[in-house]
Design a protein around this ligand. Sequence first.
Ligand code: SAH
Ligand code: SF4
Ligand code: F3S
Length: 463
Amino acid sequence: MELETLSPNPEKGAETPQPKKVFVKTYGCQMNVYDSQRMTDALAADGYAETNVIEDADLVLLNTCHIREKAAEKVYSELGRIRELKNEKAAEGREMLIGVAGCVAQAEGREIIRRAPAVDLVIGPQTYHRLPDVLARVRNGGRVVETEYALEDKFEHLPQPKRAQVAKRGVAAFLTVQEGCDKFCTFCVVPYTRGSEVSRPVAQILAEAERLAEAGVREVTLLGQNVNAWHGEGPDGAEWGLGRLLYRLAEIPGIARLRYTTSHPRDMDDELIAAHRDLPTLMPYLHLPVQSGSDRILKAMNRRHKAEDYLRLIERVRAARSDIAMSGDFIVGFPGETDADFEDTMRLVREVGYASAFSFKYSPRPGTPGAEMDDHVPEQLKDERLHTLQALLVEQQQAFTASMVGRTMTTLIEKPGRQAGQKVGRSPWLQPVIVDEKVGEIGDIIEVRITRPGFNSLYAEPI
Ligand code: SAH
Ligand code: SF4
Ligand code: F3S
């Protein structure tokens, strides 16, 4: 249902029922961003309009992340605040339902209801298509925990967004093609919260991409916890990998830019690398987490490759596409990490030269093998290492940004700028590009020259 058709019509006055409103707050990775949109779509079909104002909401959904302890604990403090709001509304005679979705929901299930009595429903990532049904059960009295792994494919059952809704979300869109993980890195909760690796079928992905393109989307980012492990049967009957899928998606009229994230070094095959060589549509930016530069730690993490394999892989990718920018994820302070191991990570970072990167202190997660290991690194040492690593990564990122000045590049104009008189676009390397508001229309891809670096952004003029 579209928002406009739901708003009270002044001419009809009281005859038009007020739509219920849902407020969704998203934590964690892009897959959660995508899932939140799909939940909103499912709820729109159930009569809920989306609101950005939590006080107006009849239903508050927290789409949560369990990856590190801090992320998971944030949810409980947020639930404490929302509980007060719920009580205030109850005093006015208005109901506010509270739901917890996402990876904390999956990992903690019933425990959430115990710890946070204001929560009405808990729903795991594999069962979002059952959300309307879960809400109906809640309204019939009772709190519902729905975290069984669904046997059916949630994507097949989730309604597609209306064209106006896609357009409202902008000219760059996410599209989940793969979910779950079978790799079981010893630090990571994802295999437990998202289940085993599942690839969406080719036809479903193409149909969704075409629908996005028809609604004006110009840039599509394919998502997966291990996006390059995606595989499926193509219309030609052959087994396709992500590379082949990208070639096909590049043929869709209107789609001018493709990206994918997050990839695992072990799943970068020849065809995917070739796609970087052959497809101008595939943006020259690769997020390829390595976590550590020490073979000993990589082994303990069960990453199943050596630092050298990663470096050679990047050489092959750069040979295919010389201007590709690298991004990565790092964990410092994994159990047993010595100064020498950490120095190996620093060396790897210096050798690769990252355009951007995310780095974290190791956070022991309940139920993962890492949490049971000996030799946990003291918090203070983790802090020091993180600080040292981040200083290097920031230096590299700034050097990368500075190297853009004077260059010409394409920019996808995405939205009005935060400051009046500006529009914001995106460079092929994911940097926000600030131009004058008179430059191009939203959705245009234009040639610009970079005039000066901003803080995590670039200023540019049209050519
Ligand atoms: N599938 C991706 C990573 C998904 S999780 C991959 O294999 O690379 C996103 C990032 O969170 C990871 O790359 C890792 O750097 C970080 N992370 C995951 N578990 C963590 C933990 N227990 N403590 C600290 N960081 C963690
Ligand atoms: Fe987690 Fe490893 Fe799977 Fe990435 S590959 S989601 S880090 S278990
Ligand atoms: Fe967090 Fe789940 Fe994504 S744990 S990082 S929201 S897959």
